[in-house]
Structure formats: structure tokens, C-alpha cells
Design a protein around this ligand. Structure first.
Ligand SMILES: [Zn+2]
Length: 148
């Protein structure tokens, strides 16, 4: 059986999902933008009972009468969208987000117009900027490592 693992940036909150994940999406609505501090929210739905918190549980913010948003109480990483019809987890929090490809966009009334231009921008790898940001040379990550 497949096991997908993930957690927050500091590692205080970790989770495992047993079996196949549900449908993956991005949501552009204004509530998801705020909850993620971002311009859209990549989320994957989790079949009932498949997710286990293996360390601390997330803290939750009640963002509406129907929905709670889970996040790490230590580092603030956004982790969940919890609605009456089920639970979804932030794709970026998984140890292997590249394996979870969204197949639909929701909340497009909130879609930021410049999203259409992302592929037109110049691209760089982190260490391509070493001259502009020499501190990167001394960077030590305190981020919890991804598991294989
Ligand atoms: Zn954390």
C-alpha cells in the first residue's frame, strides 16, 4: 500500500496518508489566498480515515462557519482545509509534492490575472543568484528534511 508522508517546515507537525490520495486541485479564491499567504492554494483531498498525524496536531483557524484551516502552531505552515464534505491537505507540505498534480482549478473568480504570465518571466536557480545574495553561500537550512 502506498504511504504518502509530509509535514510543516519545522517538523513539529508530521502526517502520513495510507493508500491513494483523492483529487488534487488549486483554489484561487480569496479565502485560500489569505489562508496560504499566497496567490492560490494547491490542495489534495484525503479519503476519510486515511490521514494520521504522527507528531503534534495542527492548530485550526475557523475561517468561516463551515471551514477550518489547519496550520503548524510552531512555524505557521498552512496544512489543511477542513470542510463538512472532507479534508484536504496542502500539496506543498508533502515530502514529494511533485507526485501530486492538480487536475482542476477552483475559485477562479479570485484568480490573480498575472498568473497567466508566470511562464514569461526569466528563470534562475537559487545558487544562480550567489553574486546578488552572497549570504546564500553560508546558508544552513533549519527546515525539517523531506523523507524518501
Ligand atoms: Zn512547524
Amino acid at each position: 500500500m502506498t504511504l504518502s508522508k509530509g509535514g510543516c517546515q519545522c517538523g513539529a507537525v508530521r502526517f502520513e496518508v495510507k493508500g491513494p490520495l483523492g483529487k488534487a486541485s488549486v483554489c484561487h479564491c480569496r479565502m485560500c489566498q489569505k489562508a496560504f499567504g499566497n496567490v492560490f492554494a494547491p490542495l489534495v483531498s484525503i479519503p476519510e480515515g486515511a490521514l494520521k498525524w504522527t507528531k503534534a496536531e495542527p492548530r485550526r483557524f475557523q475561517s468561516s462557519n463551515l471551514v477550518q484551516r489547519g496550520f503548524c502552531p510552531e512555524c505557521g505552515t498552512p496544512l489543511t482545509y477542513e470542510a463538512p464534505d472532507g479534508l484536504a491537505v496542502a500539496i506543498g507540505a508533502f515530502d514529494h509534492p511533485e507526485r501530486i498534480e492538480p487536475e482542476i482549478q477552483f475559485g477562479i473568480e479570485g484568480r490573480i490575472p498575472w498568473m497567466d504570465h508566470v511562464n514569461d518571466w526569466p528563470v534562475r536557480e537559487t545558487l544562480d543568484d550567489i553574486e546578488a545574495a552572497p549570504f546564500l553561500d553560508k546558508l544552513e537550512s533549519y527546515q525539517y528534511p523531506d523523507e524518501v
